[in-house]
Design a protein around this ligand. Sequence first.
Ligand code: ZN
Length: 139
Amino acid sequence: MSRSAAATGDGCPCGSGRDYAQCCGPLHAGVPAASAEALMRSRYSAYALRLLPYLRESWDPSTRPALSEADLDPATRWLGLRIVAHEVDPADPDTAFVEFIARWRVAGGRAQRLHERSRFRRTGDHWRYVDGRIRASKP
Ligand SMILES: [Zn+2]
């Protein structure tokens, strides 16, 4: 890992305020996420760092798309992540929902944002992204 936060000593790309090595770094190295929220953060960081294998691995096999390098445009700059809500399904502790707003900009373009409520499922020790619903939100 030589890119971005890991190399510069800046905070973690997910915006937690912690160092990458104390935040999403261990998850990218294979440590199970303690919660769906932590997994969500690590997936945002993985987009920012363009960690294709991690994005695949953290996606539930039932919904995982055929991700390729082409899905990770190097011209994309990730601007920030805000976690709006995190809830574990009261009827099923292996299902959780994370609502978030992610912002990014493709070089030369306008800033874009995604407001989504994502569903996560835990299998064994590992939380994985299943799917999400786009939420309408003000620009
Ligand atoms: Zn992080």
